[in-house]
Design a protein around this ligand. Structure first.
Ligand SMILES: [Zn+2]
Length: 89
């Protein structure tokens, strides 16, 4: 019953939390990306390139980052332990 052991329960809780967090985060990134895409699609240079394109790129990057953090938490035990809420009190 060592408090420092990263148990399978920890692992599962961490994965579920990561998925929930990424889902929330990704929806914000998708919104930013979608707004960026709409601005980018407007035919109003240079605004579409200065504002629309960076928002689109940042949004896509954020989504990829969210997906990646879930993949990492599932497949990389060290990453999972590193973000574990029980082990990092
Ligand atoms: Zn743990």
């Amino acid at each position: 019953m060592s408090a420092k052991k990263h148990t399978p329960i920890h692992y599962l809780v961490t994965v579920v939390l990561r998925i929930a967090q990424s889902f929330l985060g990704a929806s914000i990134w998708i919104l930013i990306g979608a707004i960026g895409y709409i601005i980018f699609k407007m035919d109003n240079p240079p605004v579409n390139f200065i504002i629309g394109l960076p928002m689109l790129v940042i949004g896509m990057g954020g989504v990829l980052n969210s997906v990646w953090s879930v993949v990492m938490s599932v497949f990389d035990p060290r990453y999972n332990r590193g973000v574990c809420i029980f082990c990092n009190r």
